[in-house]
Design a binder for this molecule. Structure first.
Ligand code: GLC
Length: 753
């Protein structure tokens, strides 16, 4: 018997999970009003965030403080109503599953029931929300040179995000960090385009998979482009770069992200050569879409379209700003009010064709369909904590932390033996969850091992005398400093844990991180006095830094017996640091960013042009304190037998490089072998060296392994005078070794005919 379904009961095509996505988009688009389409292009901050702001901020701040103020004249009730009416496509800064599910339930009351896309800054795990695994931040991951770990962390983060009904992470940040004053160095993979590219692409793949399951999330490659070389080191300041530098240094990691299939990009706060990135058609359409074939959508950064009008002055008002940005290629607005009505107006006035709106809405709906949000708009509260912070993820966080910590100096005192019975431990980062780093919410104490806790855990028989300097470097107590200095005389050994302060819940008290840039690289407050006077006690002193970026610690490093850069090592950072200090773990990490001696040396990058130090500084050194790629171990490695498969190759030829690496010490370890290349003579100037490959090589004590790299034409290519890619005939120098320092490199030439 045929039972014909009443038309009203027939499920619309767009709700049919078996229908092709393109067809579902077409069908849904045809059912949408202009207002609903424009709403899909708009993102709001979560309602709990709004309530908190309204509760905590003054009326004046609510009008002006774009960092945490929201929607003057409107309340979270308005936001709930707009959601119920299908006029909001996405939310960010929703920090609990219950809020995400609640907002989604409102969207499910709308006529078309288009699910909300939830975005969050899951930069190193979904750390920006409570009760999630917190891995080392990106600079620490980069110090491991471990692309497999990058993939693994992204994979696990995706699972934890979806368990919280989060669908989209605003990561990887693939900016090439070229100014250590900039507060966000810790959020990047460092200063080398090749390393940043390899880590960024694996992170995209780890997040997205093929974007077709509820264990995948949408990646967002950011910030496009150039904000990591701001003219004065401050976040969002103008960037003025030649197209050559943009294409040779800054574009490669973004292109690698696009090639890896990233389906969202975020434009950068800054103007680039006079044009705000948020209205930069060259970036968004010509390069990203036409040159690179990007098919995803572009989201603005935080109120940056508004800033075209209220900051950059390239738009006389908000409506013009929205118009310019959309016509330059922008697809989604982060975030809030006025977008819906003004963009709808622009379309009704005929200034923006509805077809342009449809283009953006298609891109956004494509992701929502592919992520399965129409079928699974909610996440199960009962299952959530079975995924988040699970044992496998915790183990990964600890492993990544161990591999992220860089041993910079060791006069032989490390690893510590238990002959040091009485150990003074002091410094702002000794016993604080600041080791979680930037983009971290406060996590439960039981899920964080501080450095003091780690030391006690690893060496229970040692008497650690902890003098608490508090967490705030700006407000250290001179009496506590004095107390520590006095105790240093009587201890067997001193450990000072110094650095920056990055925790976001104390936004204005931070000394590093987003919108927290410095005009120097010095340790803040009484830290230098603390370190110097303790080091002068005559007892061995170990300096441990917890920071997101290099600090100028030349004097302090010279006085200390050992120096460790722990970066922002994550939830188990204290354990990992202690395991390295006591030798349970042999450190293997290497610097992904140059550590200058002082801010005055900037710009200080390893891959500089030949004339960079044609005239070295007088009085002060032109050498970094610690170079890119540098890091010590408790064993030693010898490099030998560098061989090239050819001495001459055609311009399209490959060449294999092999060498022996021997663990010539007494401990097993992992060595990060680095391959650099220099084009000796070329029609335009080329860097003195460029990283073109690397490998993590595990070696037992006494073991030798032959390491092989392949040099392809792409690794020899540069942009000629007309910015066309070329491999020029001539001599190339291959350099292989343990750091970018010349004295650490074996060299050999080959020729391209
Ligand atoms: C910030 C950051 C960006 C982040 C966004 C949402 O301004 O620049 O990296 O993803 O806002 O939090």
């Amino acid at each position: 018997m045929n039972i014909s379904l009443k038309a009203a009961d027939k499920k619309p095509l767009y709700k049919d999970p078996n229908a092709p996505v393109e067809k579902r988009i077409d069908d849904l688009l045809n059912r949408m009003t202009l207002e609903e389409k424009v709403g899909q292009m708009n993102q709001f901050v979560g309602i709990e965030h709004i309530k908190t702001a309204v509760a905590n901020l003054s009326k004046e701040e609510l009008k002006t403080n774009t960092a945490s103020a929201f929607y003057p004249g409107f309340t979270h009730k308005n936001v709930e109503d707009w959601t119920k009416n299908g006029l909001i496509g996405s939310f960010l800064h929703v920090l609990t599953l219950s809020e995400a599910n609640y907002l989604q339930s409102l969207a499910m009351q709308s006529k078309l029931q288009i699910p909300i896309l939830f975005g969050i800054d899951a930069i190193h795990g979904n750390a920006n929300a409570p009760d999630n695994t917190v891995y080392p931040t990106n600079i620490g991951l980069a110090s491991s040179f471990d692309t497999e770990m990058a993939y693994k962390i992204a994979r696990q983060t995706a699972k934890e995000m979806r368990a919280m009904n989060m669908h989209w992470t605003f990561n990887p940040n693939v900016e090439v960090a070229r100014d250590q004053r900039w507060g966000r160095v810790g959020e990047t993979y460092g200063e080398d385009p090749y390393l940043v590219s390899r880590l960024g692409e694996q992170t995209v793949k780890g997040y997205q998979g093929n974007l077709n399951s509820n264990e995948n999330v949408l990646a967002c490659v950011k910030h496009f482009v150039g904000g990591s070389e701001p003219l004065n080191g401050t976040n969002g300041a103008p960037t003025d770069l030649s197209e050559r530098t943009i294409r040779e240094v800054f574009f490669p990691p973004f292109k690698a992200g696009a090639d890896a299939g990233a389906m969202s990009f975020m434009t950068a706060h800054n103007e680039l050569n006079g044009i705000p990135c948020h209205a930069n058609e060259w970036l968004m359409n010509d390069v990203l879409r036409k040159e690179w074939g990007f098919k995803g959508f572009i989201v603005s950064d935080w109120m940056d379209i508004e800033h075209m009008s209220d900051l950059h002055g390239t738009a006389e008002n908000l409506k013009e700003a929205f118009y310019q940005s959309i016509m330059a290629g922008m697809d989604m607005h982060m975030h809030g009010i006025h977008w819906n009505e003004l963009v709808t107006e622009l379309v009704k006035e005929g200034r923006i064709p509805e077809s342009r709106i449809d283009q953006s809405v298609r891109r956004i709906l494509d992701i929502k369909f592919r992520l399965g949000l129409f079928e699974n708009p909610f996440a199960d509260e009962k299952q959530s904590m079975k995924v988040r912070l699970n044992p496998e993820h915790r183990a990964t966080a600890l492993e990544a932390s161990r591999n992220s910590i860089v041993l910079l100096k060791n006069n032989g005192i490390l690893p510590l033996t238990n002959k040091y019975k009485n150990v003074l431990v002091t410094g702002i980062n000794t016993n604080d969850m600041n080791i979680l780093g930037d983009w971290s919410a406060v996590q439960k104490d039981e899920n964080v091992i501080t450095i003091l806790e780690g030391l006690k855990m690893i060496s229970p028989e040692t008497n650690f005398d902890f003098v608490d300097q508090g967490w705030d470097p700006r407000n250290m107590n001179p009496k506590k400093v004095k107390e520590a200095i006095a105790k240093a005389q009587k201890s067997d050994l001193n450990i000072v844990v110094a650095g920056d302060y990055m925790m976001r819940f104390r936004w204005t008290e931070r000394t590093s991180g987003e919108d927290t840039d410095r005009s120097d690289l010095d340790l803040v407050g009484l830290q230098n006095e603390l370190i110097e006077k303790i080091s002068a006690s005559g007892k061995p002193t170990i300096l441990i830094l917890v920071s997101g970026k290099p600090l100028s610690i030349e004097k302090q490093a010279n006085q200390a017996s050992a120096v460790i850069e722990a970066w922002e090592p994550g939830m188990y950072g204290g354990q990992a640091v202690a395991e390295i200090v006591y030798g349970k773990i042999n450190p293997s990490a290497k610097l992904p960013v140059t550590m200058p001696r002082s801010v005055g040396q900037l710009q200080m990058i390893y891959n500089h042009k030949p004339s960079q130090y044609f005239h070295p500084y007088v009085i002060t050194s032109s050498e970094p304190l610690y170079p890119f790629g540098y890091g010590l171990s408790y064993t030693t490695y010898k490099y030998s037998n560098l061989k090239l498969s050819e001495t001459t190759i055609p311009q399209t030829g490959n060449i294999n490089v092999c060498l022996d690496v021997t663990n010539s010490g007494t401990r097993d370890g992992v060595e990060i072998v680095q391959l650099y290349i220099r084009d000796k003579f070329s029609q335009v100037t080329r860097p003195v060296k460029e990283l073109k490959d690397f490998a993590r090589v595990s070696l037992k004590a006494g073991e030798t392994k032959t390491v092989t790299f392949s040099i392809t034409p792409e690794k020899l290519m540069f942009l000629d005078k007309k910015l066309n890619p070329v491999v020029e005939p001539g001599e190339f120098i291959v350099m292989v070794g343990s750091s970018s320092r010349d004295s650490d490199l074996l060299k050999q030439s080959f020729f391209v005919k």
